[in-house]
Ligand binder design. Structure first.
Ligand code: SF4
Ligand code: SF4
Length: 483
């Protein structure tokens, strides 16, 4: 803002990334009417976008044996990823995956800049679809500008209605699919379309429908500019060798309009046609330099290359390049920063794979039964009751044996061996027995630590857990007051 409190109309020319303060958070949003552009990079976006969309909408429908291949089953506290089941005890695996994703993103950003933003970010992909719907219902850029200014005639009403109905339909499918990652999607879809869905599911579907509709339909570039944290911190990963979309001022300036086939001129190659601005989904002028609003989508490259072709000039006035290349310096792909991120990423992946395969395929919990601490049964034997939960984390049934390894004077009431189905939890009652403290061989203490061991028969893998055994106090302990 200037001293008079007004927003300058001309964009500020920036060296490198615009600092965060350059964004006026209270500035009224100017509507952006993006012009359609074809070209090499738009084809690339098409070929990368569709597999991503198919993956998002198709993955929850994929089955893995009897169950959904990808299902984050929150009530059962099990996350199924193809053949892998992640239990609450294994949540660190998800944390590890997030760290791998983060360092993968850092590595990619260092090398190729905002490739993620321009081609694969859901906000970009969904916004592109919403823009396509807008063009389908309201026409090309000039028609949309005219329609926006036009009074509310029948033509405007039906076009706007069709657009919003299609947006809402797509947003609803997005929300339904998203919830289908957490609730079995086949049953959910049937329930939704037969109006028999209850509980939290319809609320979450509504929430994600609204979020998609607002983000991709109304907020669009504002999500990238004001809300996305990655847009803010990614500049820290950039250096002079990072791939960016840039205008070549050496070649383009001084800019100026001219007719096609104009002979030699004092002007640079930029004919100031504004097409690069009109196609930009974030509404910026790439000729003002590198700006953090730029998502690297390359619409401006395709638009400018088409203009250059018409003018008979070489393509590349706006191009993917590096700051070093623009300055006439050699660009390096392999450099300390990119090697560092790649090494960390590779180490994280290696450790993750190792831990995944070294992971024990089962776990168990032992919990004391509520109520009495102990019971004295016939023959002066003391009994303690427990609940044992065995979790089979594998995708096959498994047999388990249960034993007391310490102390030797505590034993199981009966031999315990059980089978647990694939991915299931088995609850067992467990009774431990010991002589009462008054008996000649019993230790003179009212409680004792006990080690329970569960072994998987098929793999001969064993895990031990500790619990406590309680007994009545002996006359000796009562006399000394020891507990
Ligand atoms: S599209 Fe190319 S020629 Fe046209 S204004 Fe942009 S940079 Fe200049
Ligand atoms: S300046 Fe070019 S690359 Fe950057 S967001 Fe706009 S159109 Fe996309």
């Amino acid at each position: 803002m200037n001293a008079a409190g007004q927003v300058p109309e001309e964009p500020v020319k920036l060296e490198g990334f615009a600092p965060a303060e350059a964004t006026d958070l209270y500035k009224k949003r100017e509507k952006i009417f993006t012009r359609y552009v074809g070209g090499v990079y738009q084809k690339l976006r098409f070929y990368t976008g569709w597999p991503l969309l198919l993956g998002y909408f198709g993955l929850p429908w994929l089955m893995w044996g009897e169950r959904q291949a990808v299902l984050f089953d929150l009530p059962a506290r099990q996350f199924h990823l193809l053949g892998l089941t992640i239990w609450p005890q294994d949540l660190w695996l998800l944390g590890w995956l997030l760290m791998i994703s983060a360092f993968g993103l850092f590595t990619v950003t260092t090398l190729v800049g905002r490739l993620w933003c321009g081609y694969t970010c859901p906000q970009t992909v969904w916004t592109s679809i919403f823009m396509w719907v807008e063009q389908l219902t309201e026409g090309q850029r000039h028609q949309r500008v005219r329609l926006d200014k036009a009074p509310w005639t029948w033509n405007k009403i039906w076009r706007r209605s069709a657009k919003h109905i299609m947006w809402l339909g797509w947003a609803f499918l997005t929300g339904l699919t998203f919830v289908g990652y957490f609730t079995p999607i086949r049953e959910l879809t049937v329930d939704v379309f037969t109006l028999q869905v209850w509980g939290w599911s319809p609320l979450w579907i509504l929430f994600f429908t609204c979020a998609t509709y607002i983000n991709a339909g109304w907020m669009r570039e504002q999500v990238c500019t004001y809300m996305c944290p990655y847009a803010r911190f990614q500049s820290a990963m950039f250096d002079k060798d990072t791939l960016i979309v840039s205008y070549n001022p050496e070649r383009g300036e001084p800019r100026g309009s001219r007719k096609r086939n104009t002979g030699a001129t004092e002007l640079g190659d930029c004919i100031d046609c504004q097409l690069c601005v009109q196609v930009c989904p974030t509404g910026i002028d790439i000729r003002n330099g590198l700006q953090y609003e730029c998502i690297g989508c390359a619409h401006c490259i395709d638009a400018c290359d088409a203009v250059m072709a018409k003018m008979g000039y070489a393509p590349g006035l706006v191009s993917y390049t590096t700051e070093n290349a623009l300055a006439g310096q050699p660009s390096r792909v392999i450099r300390g920063r990119s090697i560092g991120y790649a090494l960390i990423c590779a180490a994280l992946i290696g450790a993750f794979v190792f831990m995944l395969f070294a992971r024990v395929g089962f776990g168990f919990d032992i919990i004391r039964e509520r109520g009495e601490l102990y019971q004295v049964v016939s023959g002066g034997i003391v009994r303690n009751d427990y609940q044992l939960k065995i979790m089979n984390k594998t995708q096959r049934p498994a047999d388990y044996t249960i034993a007391v390894t310490e102390p030797a004077w505590i034993s199981l009431a009966s031999t315990q061996r059980t089978q647990v189905a694939a991915g299931e939890i088995e609850n067992l009652s467990l009774q431990l027995l010991a002589d009462a403290p008054q008996a000649p061989n019993a230790p003179n203490a009212p409680n004792a630590p006990v080690k329970i061991e569960v072994c998987e028969v098929q793999t001969a893998t064993c895990i031990q857990e500790n619990t406590t055994f309680f007994a009545p106090m002996s006359s000796a302990t009562q006399q000394t007051g020891v507990r």
